[in-house]
Design a protein around this ligand. Structure first.
Ligand code: F6P
Length: 325
């Protein structure tokens, strides 16, 4: 554990896939920093921008009007170079050159790993806040952007449902989530989907098609099946279902649509609370931690413990989807 550093200047960066609410987090970090008498640097394009010395001085106006905007004004990236010892050394030298005393990293598990190495290997006071739509990190009930991404997908499925119903078709809708079926489960439950395919459970397509055929016999021909990316391509599942049931099936990949758009109020509030808490932790001298919210209270755990979380809602949600289809 490094000793307490008097914070005079902090940096903020976003890393990995963007998510709605990252701007609100950046705004909170910048304004909380300024309100506490600190200087704040925005680091462009995540760790890569740090290595490339791409930093901008932030003031209150730099973050005006962004609380409700999707994406991130300081941009985000994945940096293979930062995974190397040489890349990290360059990044640390840039932080020292700019006299940055503390760093707030907004990102997912890869970004947390980077922040953890900056702290544990290089002694840089760093803290992380969970910025990923996947909701796959320990130490927080929700990650920034997940709620908005779910709402975006549900809105799209409501529209798909209209055409599915009118033309009596089956639709396979692929959603993001990386290796977690969290988004898929919540989207399936809240859109009234008839089935869901997630990485947490071995899919049984034969059984699924049996249910579809049985339903068709009773006159139910329109289905929505939500698939989490990576398990099976939506187009392949559509073809499988058509072949096994003889029913017309279409596929839609929602993809990056889920990462864009204005953050919902929930994500703005979460981002704002986390951004302020991150600055306060740096000022207090608590480094190397991931900041989250559990049961509506700020929760702090070591970055090293905040990695990949399993989708623990799977069984409960699946029971409901099964019962209500
Ligand atoms: O981790 C966020 C995420 O959106 C995942 O859900 C998805 O698998 C991945 O990023 C997509 O990454 P990219 O934008 O590089 O295609």
């Amino acid at each position: 554990m490094s000793k307490k550093v008097l914070m005079k200047k902090i940096g903020v960066l976003c890393s990995g896939g963007d998510g709605p609410g990252m701007n609100a987090a950046v705004r909170a970090v910048v304004r909380a920093g300024l309100s506490n008498g600190l200087k704040v640097e925005g680091i462009m394009r995540g760790y890569q921008g740090l290595i490339d010395n791409d930093l901008i001085d932030m003031n209150r106006c730099s973050v005006s009007g962004i609380i409700g905007r999707g994406g991130t004004i300081i941009k985000t990236a994945r940096s293979p170079e930062f995974r190397t010892e040489a890349g990290q050394r360059k990044a640390v030298n840039i932080l020292k050159k700019h006299k940055i005393d503390g760093l707030v990293v907004v990102g997912g598990d890869g970004s947390y790993l980077g922040a953890s190495e900056l702290y544990n290997k290089w002694g840089i006071p760093a803290v992380g806040i969970p910025g990923t739509i996947d909701n796959d990190l320990h130490g927080t009930d929700q990650t920034i952007g997940c709620n908005t991404a779910i709402n975006t997908a549900v809105e799209a499925i409501d529209k798909i449902r209209d055409t599915a119903h009118s033309m009596e078709r089956i639709f396979i809708v692929e959603v993001m989530g990386n290796r977690s079926g969290y988004i898929a489960m919540e989207v399936a439950l809240s859109s009234g989907a008839e089935d869901v395919v997630v990485p947490e459970a071995k899919p049984d397509y034969k059984e699924m098609c049996g249910r579809i055929t049985q339903g068709a016999r009773k006159g139910k021909i329109s289905w929505i099946i939500v698939v989490s990316e990576g398990v099976i391509k939506a187009s392949v599942l559509a073809e499988t279902i058509t072949n096994m049931t003889g029913l017309e099936t279409r596929s839609v990949v929602l993809g990056h649509v889920q990462r864009g758009g204005n953050p919902c109020a929930f994500d703005r509030i979460l981002s704002t609370r986390l951004g302020v808490a991150a600055v306060e932790e740096l000022i207090k001298g608590n480094y190397g931690n991931a900041i989250g919210v559990i049961q509506n209270k700020i929760n702090i755990i070591p970055l090293a413990d905040a990695k990949k979380r399993l989708n623990d809602i799977y069984q409960e949600r699946y029971r409901l989807i099964n019962m209500l289809r």
